[in-house]
Design a binder for this molecule. Structure first.
Ligand code: SAM
Length: 180
């Protein structure tokens, strides 16, 4: 009897977890972008444009599995913050953090629109053109300090002149650098 109650409770909790993850996923698609990771082999040129200095603050807006956040903290001695709205990906980030000894990292289960980006020296994102809209750009303009770097992977910001574009060859995805 106790075992079947425990099994029932476990199945219910598991179902609830799946439901929360699915609704989070749908919300993330509608809100900013679905999960597609930045290519590992592109991290080097992304961070070359970011030109991070020790002690600076790096943000990934929608950090997915946390790869850019971990890369930033481990290679540049910065404070690296990952914002992620999907519970599943947030838990993956926290698991990676718990299993490894990374640098100065903070993962937040948070809608990026609810975070004040004023402390950022560099913000990074990989989104879709539809989400790189006026709402998003005006948040960057309003909150980022002058001179803060903005790095967009694959897609450019509308009405914003890039300081640099990195696209070594036809088959490579572009990386755009902007300055606030
Ligand atoms: C294209 S993926 C990029 C993942 C990671 N930045 C990378 O480069 O590998 C976009 C991520 O943003 C997350 N996301 C979507 N909307 C969001 C929001 N409003 N706030 C925070 N994260 C969001 C998604 O769950 C997804 O993991």
């Amino acid at each position: 009897m106790i075992i079947s109650i425990a099994l029932y409770a476990f199945s219910l909790a598991f179902l609830l977890f799946i439901l929360v993850c699915c609704s989070n996923f749908i919300f993330s698609v509608l809100s900013f972008a679905p999960w597609v990771p930045s290519r590992g082999r592109d991290l080097k040129r992304i961070f070359k444009l970011a030109d991070l200095r020790p002690g600076q603050v790096f943000y990934d807006l929608g950090c997915g599995d946390g790869r850019t956040v971990i890369y930033a903290a481990n290679n540049f001695k910065v404070k690296a913050i990952g914002l992620e709205i999907s519970l599943l990906f947030y838990l993956i980030c926290r698991l990676r953090q718990a299993l490894n000894k990374f640098g100065n990292i903070e993962f937040k289960l948070k809608n990026l629109y609810k975070e004040n980006l004023a402390p950022a020296d560099v913000v990074y994102f990989f989104s879709i053109p539809h989400s790189l809209n006026e709402k998003f750009c005006s948040k960057l303009r309003r909150e980022l300090k002058p001179g803060a770097k903005i790095i967009s992977y694959s897609f450019k910001l509308p009405d914003w002149q890039p300081k640099a574009i990195d696209k070594p060859s036809e088959k490579d995805l572009p990386v755009y650098l902007y300055e606030a």
